[in-house]
Write a protein that binds this ligand. Structure first.
Ligand SMILES: C[S@@+](CC[C@H](N)C(=O)[O-])C[C@H]1O[C@@H](n2cnc3c(N)ncnc32)[C@H](O)[C@@H]1O
Length: 199
């Protein structure tokens, strides 16, 4: 089957994190981005059209594209985009939650510690008889990997398990590779399956 994982820039942070905007305590210099003299940050990749993802319409279009082009898909977002992602999703799509116990508090009194994953499991993989069961909640810490917005390997494995990923026959498109962490975790599942076949 043809599957996709889409982890676009967060609505409202796209230009600031990946484009021309300034913020997050970082400055863009000839050598890249820096946090402070005491806590330098590695530059995340830069995309000339990052600001496009600060428009809610881009996220709605992405969900429509995923629905049209893939047998199964998952799209990540910030908690504040949950409503618009669900509203754009087709019947049968569902919401899963990534709990981030070590999320850095923002300016709000009630600290946001989760992110949504809206996903459409291929219909043939929805019944409990079709594969291993997996819960729609993951609690896993954010890893400071030096790349803003990167996902921990547990996240990728969880998303692929929910999609019923079969490494021997499925194609997975990682639409926003960023640090490459999604592909790396998915490749790990592939080598695991190959090892399983050999033993
Ligand atoms: C949330 S990050 C992806 C993180 C990745 N999943 C990981 O775990 O490392 C979003 C990525 O989208 C890229 N991006 C920004 N604007 C884009 C655009 N207009 N088209 C495609 N990619 C874009 C950013 O540079 C960044 O690499």
């Amino acid at each position: 089957m043809k599957l996709a994982i889409a982890d676009p820039p967060y609505l409202g942070r796209a230009d600031r994190w990946y484009g021309e905007g300034r913020g997050s305590g970082r400055e863009r210099t000839a050598g890249g981005y820096v946090g402070s003299a005491h806590r330098p940050m590695r530059k995340p990749d830069h995309h000339a059209e990052a600001a496009r993802w600060d428009d809610p319409a881009a996220h709605v279009e992405l969900v429509k594209r995923l629905s049209a082009e893939y047998d199964g898909w998952a799209v990540a977002g910030h908690a504040s985009s949950t409503g618009l992602l669900i509203a754009a999703a087709p019947a049968g799509a569902q919401l899963a939650i990534w709990g981030r116990p070590n999320a850095v508090p923002g300016g709000a009194r009630v600290v946001n510690s989760w992110e949504p994953v809206v996903l459409c499991v291929p219909p043939a993989r929805r019944d409990r008889a079709t594969g291993l069961r997996v819960r729609d909640i993951l609690v896993a810490p954010v890893r400071r990997q030096g790349f803003l917005g990167s996902k921990p390997p547990e996240w990728t494995r969880w998303v692929l398990e929910m999609l019923g990923y079969d490494p021997t026959s499925d194609q997975v498109d990682d639409l926003f590779p960023g640090s490459g962490s999604v592909a790396a975790a998915a490749d790990g599942m592939l080598s695991f399956a190959k090892n399983g076949e050999c033993s």
